[in-house]
Design a protein around this ligand. Structure first.
Ligand code: FES
Ligand code: FES
Length: 151
């Protein structure tokens, strides 16, 4: 058994410590917002925030996050109110297929928490590891900047 905190709530999970965190989130906890893309830490679709550090859940063994706080895209909304990045992406219809969006929201939310005045170049740099096969990066960056201006 491994104890950790997920989206602010303490949980105890039965998966082995070497199980990828992404598998635990999706299959044991039912948090399917984090996506399985490359499975190799290269695409960003599975990004989660672990105590302030964004990391690929597909390449993070459960045992590595024991006792820590994991925030997934589901945990970014508050009392049903979307995070500003989520709301801006919705308002601007910035996503296309949406497969990449969960990881992008997690990364962008972390950036704006650390750097509330991040400019377009900084946003683009921060999202460099988040691949978007639909080519929606320009709209997504615009939405992140809109979210920045709301906060
Ligand atoms: S699925 Fe984890 S980085 Fe691609
Ligand atoms: S919106 Fe389709 S992969 Fe990004």
């Amino acid at each position: 058994m491994t104890e950790l905190t997920v989206n602010g709530a303490p949980v105890t999970v039965a998966s082995d410590g070497d199980t990828p965190l992404l598998t635990v989130l999706r299959d044991e906890l039912g948090l399917v917002g984090s996506r399985f893309g490359c499975g190799q830490g290269l695409c960003g679709a599975c990004f989660v925030n672990v105590d302030g550090t964004v990391m690929p859940a597909c390449q993070t063994p459960l045992g590595q996050v024991a006792g820590q706080g994991v925030t997934t895209v589901e945990g970014l909304s508050r009392d049903g109110t979307p995070h500003p990045v989520q709301q801006a992406i919705l308002d601007r219809q910035a996503a296309q297929c949406g497969f990449c969006i969960s990881g992008i929201v997690v990364r962008a939310a972390a950036l704006l928490a650390e750097e509330p005045d991040a400019d377009a170049d900084r946003v683009a740099e921060a999202l460099d590891r988040n691949l978007c096969r639909c080519g929606a990066q320009r709209r997504i960056i615009g939405a992140v900047l809109a979210a920045r201006d709301l906060t």
